[in-house]
Write a protein that binds this ligand. Structure first.
Ligand SMILES: [Zn+2]
Length: 287
């Protein structure tokens, strides 16, 4: 029921976008590049009938899933309440910190007077996406932070980042997901080491490009060593959200995809586990 209603809403939203001509005039329609005629605009029927590639950007949750290594944060736990054999029905219960696994950081996570996860306007959870790949830089420096120069470079190759997208930062870190010690990469002093956004880059994306949210394939949009969580403050202070521990960003093109982020609706929550999907129309999706 819940999933159906959400899906119905997605269809409604996409219908609106299509009716408004946003798909037709979007970079989506022009991604083929070169002299080829632009591909036909994606339709809701294509989405509903499975003809548009959808990439699942979430990790499955289990008791070995990486979690934020601080006091009072605990691993995911699943217990069985009833079984088909004993009770004729399978039913389970789970325990999960809000910020575990693939999840959304609500604007109230780091800033006062900002929406909780249940108060985020649903329209904010549907967006065009762009992906910036800093895998090479992060391979050379685990503490790497996305720079303004990286963004300029991206825009030189792919055009201006449209207003109101969700920006995803691919660092290559997801290859460590199944190895929690490697994923958090904590040194002997307790400091974490993994890549993230710089304050300058985050401010530019949120203010100059009006990004609805910033996502990443690590534990945090701030890089590991951060103590002040300045990127979280910038993003949440502007009323925007973060998406963390994303999977399969390597399956996405640099632009031309749509994102759906559906966090659990915890009243007053500071975030929560989320299903995150990328719809990838056009040639980039057919690989
Ligand atoms: Zn978080």
């Amino acid at each position: 029921m819940f999933a159906n209603r959400r899906f119905a809403f997605l269809l409604f939203l996409l219908a609106g976008l299509t009716a408004a001509g946003i798909f037709r005039d979007s970079p989506l329609a022009h991604d083929a590049g070169g002299d080829e005629a632009p591909p036909a605009a994606p339709t809701l029927d294509q989405l509903a009938s499975g003809r548009l590639p959808v990439v699942d950007l979430g990790w499955p949750l289990n008791d070995t899933s990486p979690y934020w290594p601080a006091e009072n944060y605990l691993p995911f736990r699943l217990t069985t309440i009833a079984t088909l054999e004993k009770n004729g029905v399978l039913s389970k219960a789970f325990y999960c910190p809000e910020h575990l696994g693939t999840h959304l950081d609500a604007p109230n996570h780091f800033e006062k007077n900002q929406p909780a996860v249940d108060q985020i306007d649903p329209a904010q959870l549907f967006a065009r996406g762009v992906k910036i790949d800093v895998t090479m830089q992060a391979d050379a420096d685990a503490d790497y932070r996305l720079t303004r120069a990286d963004i300029d470079e991206w825009e030189k190759s792919h055009g201006r980042i449209p207003d109101g997208v969700v920006v995803l930062l691919e660092t290559g870190w997801s290859r460590h997901w199944n190895n929690y010690p490697r994923y958090k990469n904590q040194d002997t002093t307790g400091k974490l080491h993994f890549p993230g956004y710089s304050a300058e880059a985050a401010k530019f994306l949120v203010v100059e490009r009006k990004a609805k949210g910033l996502g990443i394939d690590t534990l945090s949009i701030d890089h590991g060593p951060s103590k002040d969580f300045v990127v979280h403050h910038i993003v949440n202070g502007a009323g925007r959200y973060g998406l963390e521990n994303l999977a399969r960003l390597d399956k996405l093109p640099a632009k031309g995809f749509f994102l759906v982020a559906a966090p659990i609706k915890i009243e007053t929550g500071s975030g929560g586990p989320a299903r995150v999907f990328a719809i990838v129309p056009g040639p980039a999706g057919r690989n």
